[in-house]
Design a protein around this ligand. Structure first.
Ligand code: GUN
Ligand code: ZN
Length: 465
């Protein structure tokens, strides 16, 4: 048995801030001087230092007096084999896949390249404060194995799966539905719930799937109902048109996945930029999730995700936020929040009636405003709820896994410390509002330089140089 105490200022969430319009801080929890007690990687106790410490008088305590400690960030949609092609120039989704993604992902058939890619991926992830991700691999099982092996070595909780594609790309990039089914079955047996690994049945997207590949996914989900399902949906207009031609019997994009029994709890559709109101409603009723990937949607020019529509209490859709590396150009979830905030502000303008009076909707405009509460909930507890892993992690509740990030609120560009001094009364935050003000500064002005340390299952895996 190993016990360790972490002392410092803690910020986490106990509820969804979109349920507390006008009083969002009620969804959050801030301890100016708290103690987190970790036993064998699991949180045993959490609360104000003065209350918790007497019962743990003899344990080793690490003290972080000038830091904010948050649950580790969750990236709900990322492509591990696209780590090297960050910032690939000049194309929208479909030509970008052809020009940049396919040549790079083909390299992951080579076990040595796949191992190096996986190691570099996790280095970048942890340096960004991200402790859990849901990842795409490639159509080659070599890459999927390399990913799970590296995740296991570091004991990081991940969701991932062999990424099926058998249409609309060159033949050497495809797999057959039979191979996909057989390899997925083998990989599920080997990795699903082995250590912290979780398996997602992963059709890459409907535009790359034959009916036979979709049927293989349906069969896998029926045979392994405990597995996750991860894919893309309604990212780009040309992609959406192509899907409607490929599946003419389906009235819309979501109906493709529905007709193969994939849409329910533990389903994640990346992007959802062009979904109809009816599709939002059906996702909500099914308990399925979308992943908001603003860096990617801006970088590839895909469009503006309607955050205020997805969070409509009448048909609330579960959400996680994702970097979508390398469609997204930043690993840091702080940068994802930065772009999400800007997308929300643009949506709010479109909904204030000044562009089109018929679209005026002040309540939806308000739901697009990404306050620091909504933002950091979305990449911690909210992301965990979207991925159905909030029973394991997402906040500092005892019994959960001790994944957390130690943030330096002055870490970032030269202009940051003076900006942060605007919201700090003393040397460190003493109120929830001060802490939230610092976090908003981090998400809009900083980047991964703010990450001082990243801890996974009570072990430090990253320390800033
Ligand atoms: N749709 C299918 N494959 C991909 C991919 O690799 N990235 C993004 N952004 N969308 C996709
Ligand atoms: Zn993607």
């Amino acid at each position: 048995m190993s016990l360790l105490g972490i002392r410092g200022s803690f910020f986490d969430f106990i509820d969804d801030p979109w349920k507390h319009v006008g009083a969002e801080s009620e969804a959050a929890r801030f301890l100016a001087d708290g103690l987190l007690v970790v036993e064998d990687g699991i949180i045993r106790a959490f609360g104000p230092f003065a209350d918790v410490s007497p019962a743990y008088a003899d344990i080793e305590v690490r003290h972080f007096p000038d830091r904010l400690i948050l649950p580790g960030f969750i990236d709900g949609h990322i492509h591990f084999p696209q780590t090297r092609m960050l910032g690939s120039y000049g194309e929208q989704l479909l030509p970008w896949l052809k020009k940049w993604v396919i040549p790079e992902e083909l390299r992951y058939k080579d076990p040595a390249y796949a191992r190096e890619g996986a190691a570099r991926f996790f280095d970048a992830l942890l340096a960004s404060g991200t402790t859990t991700c849901q990842a795409f691999t490639t159509a080659s099982p070599v890459s999927t194995e390399a990913f799970f092996e590296e995740a296991s070595r570091r004991n990081v909780r991940v969701i991932a799966g062999l990424t099926g594609i058998d249409k609309n790309v060159p033949e050497d990039f495809t797999d057959t539905p039979e191979n996909f089914y057989a390899d997925s079955t083998r990989l599920i047996a080997r990795y699903h719930r082995n250590g912290r690994n979780l398996y997602a049945i992963t059709p890459r997207f409907a535009l790359g799937a034959s009916e036979a590949l979709m049927s293989a996914c349906e069969r896998l989900k029926l045979e392994h109902p405990d597995c996750w399902v991860n894919t893309h949906i309604s990212e780009n207009p040309a992609e959406c048109r192509g899907v409607m031609e490929l599946f003419p019997d389906c009235p819309d994009y979501l109906a493709v996945y529905e007709s193969y029994g994939l849409v329910g709890p533990k389903f994640s559709g990346g992007h959802g930029v062009w979904l109809s109101d009816g599709e939002f409603r059906r996702l909500s009723q099914a308990g399925a999730a979308l992943t908001f990937c603003p860096c990617s949607n801006l970088f590839l020019g895909s469009g503006l995700f309607r955050l205020g529509r997805a969070t409509d209490p009448e048909h609330r859709v579960r959400l996680s936020f994702g970097s979508d590396i390398g469609g997204g150009n930043r690993f840091s979830m702080l940068n994802v929040l930065d772009d999400a905030y800007k997308v929300g502000m643009c949506n709010a303008t479109l909904l204030d009636g000044s562009v089109d009076p018929a679209r005026r909707d002040p309540a939806e405009a308000e739901r697009n405003k990404l306050s620091p509460y909504r933002a950091f909930w979305s990449i911690t507890l909210g992301g965990a709820e979207g991925l159905y892993i909030d029973d394991m992690l997402g906040n500092f509740e005892p019994g959960k896994e001790a994944d957390f990030v130690v943030l330096d609120w002055n870490g970032g560009p030269a202009a940051l410390p003076w900006r942060q001094s605007m919201v700090l009364e003393g040397k460190r935050p003493h109120s929830m509002e001060e802490a939230a003000g610092l976090l908003f500064g981090l998400m809009t002005v900083a980047d991964e330089r703010a990450v001082d340390e990243t801890w996974v299952m009570g072990r430090r895996l990253y320390k800033r140089a």
